[in-house]
Design a protein around this ligand. Sequence first.
Ligand SMILES: [Zn+2]
Length: 322
Amino acid sequence: MLNVMATPPASSPDSAHAPPEAPADVDRFLVREIRRGDQRAWKQLIDRYHGRLAAFARARLGSTHEVDDAVQETFVGFLTSLPHFDETRPLETYLFSILRYKVAEALTRRKRAPLARGMEDDSGPDAAMLAVDGETPSSAAAAREVDRRQEQVLSQVLRRLIGELRERDKLEDIRVLELLFFLGLRNKEAADRLSRDEKAIAGVKFRAVQRLSSLIDEMRAELGPEAALDRASLSADVTVANVWRRQRLTCLKRSTLGAFLLGVLDEAWEGYVRFHLDVVACPFCRANRDDLADDVTPAAGDPTEQLFQSSVGFLSRAPSHG
Ligand SMILES: [Zn+2]
């Protein structure tokens, strides 16, 4: 269950062109080596991730030096928070969560700087996303432990629901749920966005919530005592919408985005990917797409080397783990 995306149906490009090593396995290997102080592994991790991180920051901040600063601070932030990093979490999502925090800080600094007035309006759909997640590397882990367990259970149940919908080719229903849960739209807004009847939207939502309830019951044995997930007792932070966003339940694999750019996806998936990128405007998948599209035009200089030099000092300072 380490993968960011639930298993796609067999017809999707991911199963056909699976890389020899699952990205999640490579990440875990690198993190383990970095914990031992291995500089080559650190450089490799930077090389792997700086492009998509920069693309994400650029989409929020524009092409300014703040982008480089935010990416650099993210890598340093990763190293300093390494002792608290849970290897079972997807690394990309963790790095994005640090970066979002750095981008939010940069936007706050702009608001304080009178000269930058006029640039601070970040009222697009992602503004809410930036604000939603109070998750920072310095969050007190203990206080969040109960929330974390609840979140894990809920995300497993949601993954199952999404998997079922994908298996049954209910990509239309997934679109509706993404608008409602990932983007937080109201039924009426989702109906307008999809040019559909509001009642149809309400129907999809109703069926999904019902299925979730029955899945929670069905999976109780499988999920263990923690699945005593009394819906009423869920904390305000562990809601379907928050978990959906934080766990990026409907995000696309990088290989799927690559196939999309090459134009080799089948029609249904192509439409769905386009929807996730353009209508949901998922900032994470857009960053990955921009990074992949950028690969054909290499950036000036060697960003990996620069980021490595500016962060490697924190590698040796990172307290040893275990
Ligand atoms: Zn996404």
